[in-house]
Design a binder for this molecule. Sequence first.
Ligand SMILES: *Cc1c(COP(=O)(O)O)cnc(C)c1O
Length: 392
Amino acid sequence: MQEENQEENFETLAIRLQAERTHFKEHSVPLYLTSSYKFDDSEEMRALFANEKEGNVYSRYANPNTSELIDKMAVLEGAESGWVTATGMAAIFTTFAAFLKSGDHVLASRSVFGSTHQLLNNIFPKWGISYTYADLDKPEQMEQGIQPNTKIIFVETPSNPGIDIIDLEWLAKLAKKHGVLLVVDNCFATPYLQQPIKLGADISIHSATKFIDGQGRTLGGVILGSNKLILEIEAFARHSGPAMSPFNAWLLSKSLETLAVRMDRHCENAMKVAEFLESHPRIKKVRYPFLPSHPQYEIAKKQMKQGGGIVTLVIEGGAAAASKFMDKLKMFSISANLGDTRSIATHPATSTHSKLTEEQRLEVGIEQGSVRLSIGLEHINDILADIKQALS
Ligand SMILES: *Cc1c(COP(=O)(O)O)cnc(C)c1O
Protein backbone atom coordinates (compact mmCIF):
# COMPACT_ATOMS: atom_id res chain seq x y z
CA MET A 1 0.00 0.00 0.00
CA GLN A 2 1.18 3.41 -0.93
CA GLU A 3 0.03 6.08 1.47
CA GLU A 4 0.33 9.39 -0.38
CA ASN A 5 0.08 12.50 1.84
CA GLN A 6 -1.43 10.41 4.54
CA GLU A 7 -3.69 12.29 6.93
CA GLU A 8 -5.51 10.77 9.85
CA ASN A 9 -8.91 11.95 8.64
CA PHE A 10 -11.44 9.42 7.38
CA GLU A 11 -12.17 11.21 4.07
CA THR A 12 -8.50 11.51 3.17
CA LEU A 13 -7.69 7.92 4.08
CA ALA A 14 -10.70 6.66 2.11
CA ILE A 15 -9.36 8.43 -0.98
CA ARG A 16 -5.59 8.32 -0.64
CA LEU A 17 -4.93 4.78 0.60
CA GLN A 18 -4.39 2.88 -2.63
CA ALA A 19 -2.61 -0.11 -4.09
CA GLU A 20 0.80 0.45 -5.64
CA ARG A 21 0.75 1.52 -9.26
CA THR A 22 2.28 -0.31 -12.20
CA HIS A 23 4.93 1.16 -14.50
CA PHE A 24 2.06 2.83 -16.41
CA LYS A 25 1.61 5.22 -13.43
CA GLU A 26 -2.20 5.10 -13.49
CA HIS A 27 -3.87 7.84 -11.45
CA SER A 28 -6.90 5.64 -10.77
CA VAL A 29 -6.34 2.06 -9.59
CA PRO A 30 -6.31 -0.49 -12.44
CA LEU A 31 -8.50 -3.57 -12.44
CA TYR A 32 -6.53 -6.81 -12.10
CA LEU A 33 -8.55 -9.45 -13.90
CA THR A 34 -6.30 -12.40 -13.32
CA SER A 35 -7.08 -15.70 -11.67
CA SER A 36 -3.46 -16.58 -10.90
CA TYR A 37 0.09 -15.21 -10.69
CA LYS A 38 3.51 -16.17 -12.07
CA PHE A 39 6.46 -17.11 -9.90
CA ASP A 40 10.03 -16.10 -10.79
CA ASP A 41 11.26 -19.62 -10.18
CA SER A 42 10.37 -22.84 -8.41
CA GLU A 43 11.93 -21.57 -5.18
CA GLU A 44 9.62 -18.54 -5.13
CA MET A 45 6.65 -20.79 -5.73
CA ARG A 46 7.67 -22.99 -2.79
CA ALA A 47 8.25 -20.02 -0.49
CA LEU A 48 4.90 -18.41 -1.32
CA PHE A 49 2.99 -21.65 -0.72
CA ALA A 50 4.88 -22.15 2.55
CA ASN A 51 3.84 -18.62 3.66
CA GLU A 52 7.52 -17.75 3.99
CA LYS A 53 7.10 -14.91 1.56
CA GLU A 54 4.25 -12.44 0.94
CA GLY A 55 2.74 -12.27 -2.51
CA ASN A 56 -0.16 -13.27 -4.67
CA VAL A 57 -0.64 -16.93 -5.49
CA TYR A 58 -4.20 -17.37 -6.65
CA SER A 59 -7.20 -15.01 -6.72
CA ARG A 60 -9.32 -17.25 -4.48
CA TYR A 61 -6.82 -16.22 -1.76
CA ALA A 62 -5.92 -12.67 -2.73
CA ASN A 63 -5.81 -10.26 -5.64
CA PRO A 64 -4.44 -6.68 -5.76
CA ASN A 65 -7.98 -5.29 -5.94
CA THR A 66 -9.37 -7.32 -3.04
CA SER A 67 -6.23 -6.56 -1.01
CA GLU A 68 -6.68 -2.84 -1.58
CA LEU A 69 -10.30 -2.99 -0.42
CA ILE A 70 -9.35 -5.00 2.67
CA ASP A 71 -6.52 -2.62 3.60
CA LYS A 72 -8.74 0.43 3.21
CA MET A 73 -11.65 -1.01 5.16
CA ALA A 74 -9.33 -2.13 7.97
CA VAL A 75 -7.78 1.33 8.31
CA LEU A 76 -11.16 3.09 8.12
CA GLU A 77 -12.57 0.93 10.86
CA GLY A 78 -9.50 0.76 13.08
CA ALA A 79 -9.02 -2.99 12.60
CA GLU A 80 -5.68 -4.78 12.18
CA SER A 81 -6.82 -6.91 9.30
CA GLY A 82 -9.72 -8.13 7.20
CA TRP A 83 -11.13 -10.40 4.52
CA VAL A 84 -13.65 -9.82 1.72
CA THR A 85 -16.32 -12.13 0.37
CA ALA A 86 -18.73 -12.30 -2.56
CA THR A 87 -21.73 -11.15 -0.48
CA GLY A 88 -22.62 -9.93 2.98
CA MET A 89 -24.13 -13.33 3.77
CA ALA A 90 -20.90 -15.06 2.73
CA ALA A 91 -19.10 -12.82 5.25
CA ILE A 92 -21.56 -13.80 7.99
CA PHE A 93 -21.50 -17.51 7.10
CA THR A 94 -17.70 -17.55 6.83
CA THR A 95 -17.35 -15.91 10.25
CA PHE A 96 -19.68 -18.40 11.94
CA ALA A 97 -18.15 -21.37 10.12
CA ALA A 98 -14.59 -20.33 10.99
CA PHE A 99 -15.22 -20.10 14.73
CA LEU A 100 -18.00 -22.58 15.51
CA LYS A 101 -18.00 -26.32 15.95
CA SER A 102 -20.67 -28.84 16.78
CA GLY A 103 -21.95 -28.29 20.34
CA ASP A 104 -21.34 -24.52 20.32
CA HIS A 105 -24.00 -21.91 20.99
CA VAL A 106 -24.64 -18.47 19.44
CA LEU A 107 -26.39 -15.68 21.32
CA ALA A 108 -27.85 -13.30 18.74
CA SER A 109 -29.92 -10.17 18.79
CA ARG A 110 -33.48 -11.16 17.90
CA SER A 111 -33.77 -8.70 15.07
CA VAL A 112 -31.09 -10.01 12.72
CA PHE A 113 -31.17 -9.84 8.92
CA GLY A 114 -33.60 -12.40 7.43
CA SER A 115 -30.93 -14.71 5.97
CA THR A 116 -28.88 -14.62 9.20
CA HIS A 117 -32.04 -15.73 10.96
CA GLN A 118 -32.36 -18.62 8.46
CA LEU A 119 -28.74 -19.69 9.11
CA LEU A 120 -29.26 -19.76 12.87
CA ASN A 121 -32.75 -21.32 12.82
CA ASN A 122 -32.56 -23.83 9.99
CA ILE A 123 -29.00 -24.49 8.84
CA PHE A 124 -26.66 -24.50 11.85
CA PRO A 125 -28.90 -26.75 14.00
CA LYS A 126 -28.23 -29.51 11.39
CA TRP A 127 -24.56 -29.26 12.42
CA GLY A 128 -25.27 -29.26 16.15
CA ILE A 129 -24.95 -25.51 16.65
CA SER A 130 -27.64 -23.96 18.82
CA TYR A 131 -28.81 -20.38 19.31
CA THR A 132 -30.75 -18.09 21.60
CA TYR A 133 -32.17 -14.70 20.72
CA ALA A 134 -32.07 -11.69 23.03
CA ASP A 135 -33.77 -8.33 22.59
CA LEU A 136 -31.42 -5.44 21.83
CA ASP A 137 -33.47 -3.07 23.95
CA LYS A 138 -33.34 -5.41 26.99
CA PRO A 139 -29.60 -5.78 27.66
CA GLU A 140 -30.28 -8.01 30.69
CA GLN A 141 -31.41 -10.69 28.20
CA MET A 142 -27.88 -10.66 26.79
CA GLU A 143 -26.45 -11.37 30.23
CA GLN A 144 -28.98 -14.11 30.90
CA GLY A 145 -28.53 -15.66 27.46
CA ILE A 146 -24.85 -16.55 27.81
CA GLN A 147 -24.38 -20.30 28.32
CA PRO A 148 -21.22 -22.28 29.16
CA ASN A 149 -20.98 -23.30 25.46
CA THR A 150 -21.65 -19.81 24.02
CA LYS A 151 -18.91 -19.01 21.53
CA ILE A 152 -20.27 -15.93 19.74
CA ILE A 153 -22.50 -12.99 20.57
CA PHE A 154 -23.83 -11.66 17.26
CA VAL A 155 -25.65 -8.33 17.02
CA GLU A 156 -26.86 -5.86 14.43
CA THR A 157 -27.01 -2.29 15.67
CA PRO A 158 -28.95 -0.38 14.44
CA SER A 159 -31.13 -3.36 13.64
CA ASN A 160 -33.07 -4.01 10.46
CA PRO A 161 -35.83 -2.85 10.21
CA GLY A 162 -36.69 -2.14 13.87
CA ILE A 163 -33.79 0.35 14.30
CA ASP A 164 -33.06 -0.91 17.82
CA ILE A 165 -29.68 -0.08 19.30
CA ILE A 166 -27.45 -1.70 21.93
CA ASP A 167 -24.50 -0.18 23.80
CA LEU A 168 -21.53 -1.83 22.08
CA GLU A 169 -18.97 -0.79 24.69
CA TRP A 170 -21.05 -2.40 27.41
CA LEU A 171 -21.67 -5.52 25.32
CA ALA A 172 -17.97 -5.88 24.49
CA LYS A 173 -17.13 -5.85 28.20
CA LEU A 174 -19.78 -8.50 28.85
CA ALA A 175 -18.41 -10.68 26.04
CA LYS A 176 -14.83 -10.34 27.33
CA LYS A 177 -15.89 -11.22 30.87
CA HIS A 178 -17.34 -14.50 29.56
CA GLY A 179 -14.59 -15.23 27.02
CA VAL A 180 -17.06 -14.95 24.13
CA LEU A 181 -16.40 -13.36 20.72
CA LEU A 182 -18.49 -10.26 19.95
CA VAL A 183 -19.39 -10.08 16.26
CA VAL A 184 -21.22 -6.98 15.00
CA ASP A 185 -23.07 -6.64 11.69
CA ASN A 186 -22.18 -3.00 11.01
CA CYS A 187 -24.00 -2.81 7.68
CA PHE A 188 -26.47 -0.03 8.55
CA ALA A 189 -23.83 2.28 10.00
CA THR A 190 -20.77 1.75 7.74
CA PRO A 191 -17.28 2.52 9.12
CA TYR A 192 -18.02 6.23 8.71
CA LEU A 193 -20.78 6.29 11.33
CA GLN A 194 -19.74 3.53 13.75
CA GLN A 195 -16.55 1.60 14.43
CA PRO A 196 -17.40 -1.47 16.54
CA ILE A 197 -13.77 -2.69 16.83
CA LYS A 198 -12.80 0.60 18.50
CA LEU A 199 -15.67 0.05 20.94
CA GLY A 200 -14.29 -3.38 21.87
CA ALA A 201 -15.97 -5.78 19.41
CA ASP A 202 -13.85 -8.65 18.06
CA ILE A 203 -15.25 -8.76 14.53
CA SER A 204 -17.14 -6.22 12.44
CA ILE A 205 -19.02 -7.39 9.34
CA HIS A 206 -20.46 -5.44 6.43
CA SER A 207 -22.76 -6.18 3.58
CA ALA A 208 -20.86 -3.90 1.17
CA THR A 209 -23.86 -4.35 -1.13
CA LYS A 210 -25.59 -1.57 0.80
CA PHE A 211 -24.11 1.84 1.63
CA ILE A 212 -20.50 0.92 0.83
CA ASP A 213 -21.30 0.41 -2.84
CA GLY A 214 -24.16 2.82 -2.32
CA GLN A 215 -25.29 2.75 -5.91
CA GLY A 216 -27.12 -0.56 -6.13
CA ARG A 217 -24.60 -2.12 -8.52
CA THR A 218 -22.87 -4.97 -6.81
CA LEU A 219 -22.81 -7.48 -3.96
CA GLY A 220 -20.00 -7.77 -1.46
CA GLY A 221 -19.06 -8.65 2.11
CA VAL A 222 -16.30 -7.49 4.45
CA ILE A 223 -14.98 -9.04 7.69
CA LEU A 224 -12.69 -6.98 9.96
CA GLY A 225 -10.80 -7.95 13.11
CA SER A 226 -7.43 -8.68 14.71
CA ASN A 227 -4.66 -10.42 12.76
CA LYS A 228 -5.17 -13.51 14.88
CA LEU A 229 -8.92 -13.80 14.22
CA ILE A 230 -8.60 -12.97 10.52
CA LEU A 231 -6.05 -15.79 10.15
CA GLU A 232 -8.77 -18.16 11.34
CA ILE A 233 -11.23 -16.62 8.86
CA GLU A 234 -8.63 -17.00 6.12
CA ALA A 235 -7.99 -20.66 7.02
CA PHE A 236 -11.67 -21.36 6.33
CA ALA A 237 -12.22 -18.98 3.41
CA ARG A 238 -9.16 -19.95 1.34
CA HIS A 239 -10.46 -23.49 1.03
CA SER A 240 -14.23 -22.99 1.00
CA GLY A 241 -14.11 -20.32 -1.71
CA PRO A 242 -16.46 -17.42 -0.90
CA ALA A 243 -14.05 -15.02 -2.67
CA MET A 244 -15.03 -11.56 -3.92
CA SER A 245 -14.36 -10.94 -7.60
CA PRO A 246 -11.60 -8.42 -8.43
CA PHE A 247 -14.12 -6.38 -10.40
CA ASN A 248 -16.45 -5.99 -7.43
CA ALA A 249 -13.51 -5.17 -5.15
CA TRP A 250 -12.38 -2.48 -7.61
CA LEU A 251 -15.91 -0.96 -7.66
CA LEU A 252 -16.24 -1.07 -3.88
CA SER A 253 -12.82 0.44 -3.29
CA LYS A 254 -13.73 3.33 -5.61
CA SER A 255 -17.05 3.66 -3.76
CA LEU A 256 -15.20 4.17 -0.47
CA GLU A 257 -13.74 7.37 -1.92
CA THR A 258 -17.21 8.96 -1.76
CA LEU A 259 -18.58 7.15 1.32
CA ALA A 260 -18.25 10.12 3.69
CA VAL A 261 -20.00 12.66 1.45
CA ARG A 262 -22.70 10.18 0.54
CA MET A 263 -23.35 9.19 4.16
CA ASP A 264 -23.48 12.83 5.26
CA ARG A 265 -26.25 13.47 2.73
CA HIS A 266 -28.10 10.17 3.44
CA CYS A 267 -28.14 11.11 7.15
CA GLU A 268 -29.15 14.75 6.58
CA ASN A 269 -32.05 13.69 4.33
CA ALA A 270 -33.11 10.83 6.63
CA MET A 271 -33.18 13.11 9.67
CA LYS A 272 -35.50 15.52 7.85
CA VAL A 273 -37.76 12.66 6.75
CA ALA A 274 -37.86 11.29 10.32
CA GLU A 275 -38.79 14.71 11.73
CA PHE A 276 -41.48 15.20 9.10
CA LEU A 277 -43.00 11.76 9.72
CA GLU A 278 -42.99 12.23 13.48
CA SER A 279 -45.25 15.27 13.12
CA HIS A 280 -47.66 13.60 10.66
CA PRO A 281 -51.04 12.52 12.09
CA ARG A 282 -51.26 9.32 9.97
CA ILE A 283 -47.98 8.01 11.36
CA LYS A 284 -48.25 5.94 14.53
CA LYS A 285 -44.54 5.53 15.17
CA VAL A 286 -41.20 6.55 13.63
CA ARG A 287 -37.86 4.95 14.41
CA TYR A 288 -34.64 6.84 13.66
CA PRO A 289 -31.55 6.70 15.92
CA PHE A 290 -31.03 10.47 16.15
CA LEU A 291 -34.67 11.37 16.93
CA PRO A 292 -34.77 12.30 20.63
CA SER A 293 -37.90 10.12 20.89
CA HIS A 294 -35.83 6.99 20.07
CA PRO A 295 -35.68 4.84 23.23
CA GLN A 296 -31.90 4.40 22.89
CA TYR A 297 -31.20 7.94 21.65
CA GLU A 298 -28.44 8.54 24.22
CA ILE A 299 -26.61 5.35 23.23
CA ALA A 300 -26.99 6.20 19.54
CA LYS A 301 -25.47 9.64 20.15
CA LYS A 302 -22.59 8.06 22.08
CA GLN A 303 -21.59 5.42 19.54
CA MET A 304 -22.71 6.76 16.16
CA LYS A 305 -21.52 9.84 14.31
CA GLN A 306 -24.97 10.39 12.74
CA GLY A 307 -28.23 8.45 12.55
CA GLY A 308 -27.80 6.64 9.22
CA GLY A 309 -29.95 6.46 6.10
CA ILE A 310 -32.80 4.21 7.23
CA VAL A 311 -36.09 5.39 8.73
CA THR A 312 -38.79 2.92 9.74
CA LEU A 313 -42.36 4.13 10.15
CA VAL A 314 -45.58 2.50 11.28
CA ILE A 315 -48.64 3.88 9.52
CA GLU A 316 -52.12 3.94 11.09
CA GLY A 317 -54.38 1.37 9.42
CA GLY A 318 -52.11 -1.69 9.20
CA ALA A 319 -51.20 -3.67 6.09
CA ALA A 320 -53.81 -2.04 3.84
CA ALA A 321 -52.63 1.47 4.69
CA ALA A 322 -48.98 0.42 4.26
CA SER A 323 -49.60 -0.98 0.75
CA LYS A 324 -51.63 2.04 -0.22
CA PHE A 325 -48.86 4.38 0.96
CA MET A 326 -46.21 2.40 -0.94
CA ASP A 327 -48.26 2.18 -4.11
CA LYS A 328 -48.90 5.93 -4.07
CA LEU A 329 -45.20 6.77 -3.86
CA LYS A 330 -44.15 8.09 -7.28
CA MET A 331 -40.41 8.55 -6.96
CA PHE A 332 -39.44 5.99 -4.29
CA SER A 333 -38.68 2.53 -5.70
CA ILE A 334 -40.37 -0.48 -4.15
CA SER A 335 -37.42 -2.81 -3.64
CA ALA A 336 -35.93 -5.10 -1.00
CA ASN A 337 -32.54 -3.40 -1.17
CA LEU A 338 -31.31 -0.44 0.86
CA GLY A 339 -28.41 1.97 0.93
CA ASP A 340 -28.77 3.16 -2.67
CA THR A 341 -28.63 6.67 -4.17
CA ARG A 342 -32.32 6.09 -4.99
CA SER A 343 -34.86 6.21 -2.17
CA ILE A 344 -36.50 2.84 -1.55
CA ALA A 345 -39.59 1.69 0.31
CA THR A 346 -39.96 -1.87 1.64
CA HIS A 347 -42.80 -3.62 3.48
CA PRO A 348 -40.83 -5.95 5.80
CA ALA A 349 -43.83 -8.06 6.92
CA THR A 350 -44.45 -9.35 3.38
CA SER A 351 -40.89 -9.32 2.02
CA THR A 352 -37.63 -9.43 4.01
CA HIS A 353 -39.34 -10.81 7.13
CA SER A 354 -42.19 -12.81 5.54
CA LYS A 355 -40.67 -16.11 6.74
CA LEU A 356 -41.21 -15.11 10.37
CA THR A 357 -44.47 -15.79 12.19
CA GLU A 358 -46.60 -12.75 13.11
CA GLU A 359 -45.56 -13.25 16.74
CA GLN A 360 -41.85 -13.34 15.82
CA ARG A 361 -42.32 -10.19 13.75
CA LEU A 362 -43.98 -8.34 16.60
CA GLU A 363 -41.08 -9.35 18.86
CA VAL A 364 -38.68 -7.52 16.55
CA GLY A 365 -40.96 -4.52 16.20
CA ILE A 366 -42.37 -5.25 12.73
CA GLU A 367 -46.06 -4.49 12.49
CA GLN A 368 -48.31 -4.94 9.46
CA GLY A 369 -48.19 -1.16 9.08
CA SER A 370 -44.36 -0.97 9.19
CA VAL A 371 -42.61 0.50 6.16
CA ARG A 372 -38.82 0.74 5.94
CA LEU A 373 -37.55 3.74 4.02
CA SER A 374 -34.00 3.82 2.72
CA ILE A 375 -33.49 7.52 2.15
CA GLY A 376 -31.49 8.25 -0.98
CA LEU A 377 -29.55 11.18 -2.33
CA GLU A 378 -32.31 12.87 -4.35
CA HIS A 379 -33.11 16.48 -3.38
CA ILE A 380 -34.74 16.56 0.06
CA ASN A 381 -37.68 18.64 -1.24
CA ASP A 382 -38.49 15.95 -3.80
CA ILE A 383 -38.18 13.17 -1.22
CA LEU A 384 -40.48 14.98 1.23
CA ALA A 385 -42.95 15.94 -1.52
CA ASP A 386 -43.26 12.29 -2.59
CA ILE A 387 -43.89 11.12 0.97
CA LYS A 388 -46.40 13.95 1.59
CA GLN A 389 -48.47 13.20 -1.50
CA ALA A 390 -48.44 9.45 -0.76
CA LEU A 391 -49.78 10.09 2.75
CA SER A 392 -52.47 12.53 1.63
C1 LIG B 1 -28.23 -7.01 3.19
C2 LIG B 1 -27.77 -7.35 4.54
C3 LIG B 1 -27.01 -8.51 4.77
C4 LIG B 1 -26.68 -9.50 3.67
O1 LIG B 1 -25.90 -8.95 2.68
P1 LIG B 1 -25.86 -9.50 1.15
O2 LIG B 1 -24.79 -8.68 0.55
O3 LIG B 1 -27.22 -9.27 0.58
O4 LIG B 1 -25.54 -10.94 1.21
C5 LIG B 1 -26.58 -8.75 6.06
N1 LIG B 1 -26.88 -7.91 7.07
C6 LIG B 1 -27.63 -6.79 6.89
C7 LIG B 1 -27.93 -5.92 8.05
C8 LIG B 1 -28.09 -6.47 5.62
O5 LIG B 1 -28.83 -5.37 5.45
